[in-house]
Design a binder for this molecule. Structure first.
Ligand code: PLP
Length: 397
């Protein structure tokens, strides 16, 4: 027996472990200090009442033999019609029309972002933005694919554009981006769609944070761009949109128009899912189906509004200090330049020791993250305000 030795090529993920270890060490040494975490990548607001009610009703359905549900319907890879229809409605409000067979319900975007690679040959070249959510790189390292990087930096506002002299077969885009919070405009995305069509490449478009977008010039879905159905797969999640990080539900759109080497990727994905996946629980799907109803959207927008206000508190603080940042406006992430030429870990230590505030060093997300720092809007309002007044006092000096 031989192991998949590609796993040995993975870099150890020290980022969050080191952040946790340093924070705990500081707290143990200074028990009297209140340490505030602006490093939280998880949501903190509870589920919306419509979601809770729908899930309670679904639990009751499970208690009666007349309404009990076993495996989900296999017509759409175990997705219930009511949920698929609500997702189609949410797309139609963005001007995108979908067929039910193009919507695949998942247990979250992360699984599908990894699983989708089953569809692609090993000798495809992959293009990944740097810095970005580390899952894209790690899943391709596990498979043994060649990875190229698209540099995101100050010069391009952390939104790399296609370089037509580079030949990539699979291109990841994350918008709004984790960790930089930068989001592509529709105009910019047109270029990526043009690149993918010209190169016969496939765009893997991660829209996990699209519900944070309020600016109409920014794309909420890659399919708002003409021609994207012929070249893009979109990954979405209820995690940050509706607080489902612990419930687990997402959806992936694989358009029927997406054909490579004469083969429909929609058909391949349906075959892959019906072979290796047995669906998301009925209770979860019923909760998710409540999210995009009129009442559901109203309720989730209250939570999103809460996080948006936190983001604004942080952004206003950095504006006052004259510190460069991206994100914060259409994203829960604020990506700031470390002051006084500090590197990411130096600034982490400086902020922890002098303001008792924890963030995430940008260097952990890729080489272009060095010298940058990620703050998040997922904490409480009180903590966010307090952290910002400490940051202001420290950096104004
Ligand atoms: N994509 C991005 C860019 C993320 O930051 C995350 C989670 O932090 C995910 C996907 C994973 O989402 P899910 O909880 O749906 O698996």
């Amino acid at each position: 027996m031989k192991i998949n030795s590609n796993f040995l090529n993975l870099k150890d993920s020290y980022l969050f472990a080191t952040v946790g270890r340093k924070t705990t060490a500081y707290k143990t040494a200074h028990p009297e200090k209140k340490v505030i975490r602006l490093s939280i990548g998880d949501v903190t607001r509870p589920l919306a009442p419509v979601v809770i009610d729908a899930m309670h009703r679904a639990v009751d359905d499970m208690s009666r033999k007349e309404t009990f549900k076993g495996y989900g319907p296999d017509q759409y890879c175990y997705g219930y019609n009511v949920l698929i229809d609500s997702i189609k409605d949410s797309y139609s409000r963005k001007g995108v029309s979908l067929d039910s067979a193009e919507v695949f319900i998942s247990d979250g975007a992360k699984s599908d972002l990894g699983n989708i690679l089953d569809l692609f040959a090993i000798d495809n070249t992959v293009l990944v933005p740097d810095p970005v959510y580390p899952v894209y790189v790690d899943t391709n390292v596990m498979a043994g694919r060649k990875i190229l990087y698209a540099d995101a930096n100050l010069a391009n506002g952390f939104l790399p554009m296609p370089d037509f002299s580079v030949d990539a077969d699979i291109v990841y885009l994350c918008s709004p981006n984790n960790p930089t919070g930068a989001a592509y405009s529709k105009e910019q995305l047109k270029e990526w769609v043009r690149y993918a069509c010209e190169k016969d490449a496939v765009l893997l478009y991660d829209a996990a944070y699209e519900y944070f977008i309020t600016d109409p010039a920014l794309a909420r879905s890659v399919y708002q761009i003409e021609g994207a159905k012929e070249c893009a797969i979109e990954f979405c999640s209820y995690s940050k949109t509706a607080g489902f990080t612990g419930v687990r539900c997402g959806y992936t759109i694989v358009p029927k128009e997406l054909v490579r080497e004469g083969t429909s990727l929609n058909t391949l994905w349906a075959r892959r899912q019906s072979t290796k996946f047995n669906g998301v629980s009925y209770i979860t799907q019923m909760g998710a189906a409540a999210v995009f109803t009129a009442e559901g959207e109203k309720q989730i927008s209250e939570n999103l509004g809460y996080y948006r206000e936190n983001a604004k508190i942080i952004a206003d603080c950095l504006d006052e200090l004259g510190i460069f940042y991206t994100g914060g406006k259409n994203s829960p992430y604020i990506w700031m330049k470390c002051p006084n030429g500090m590197d990411s870990w130096e600034f982490f230590d400086y902020l922890l020791e002098n303001a008792n505030v924890v963030g995430t060093p940008g260097s952990g997300f890729g080489k272009n993250g060095e010298g940058f720092f990620r703050l998040t809007a997922f904490g409480t309002k009180e903590d966010t305000k307090e952290a910002c007044s400490r940051i202001r006092a420290l950096l104004q000096k």
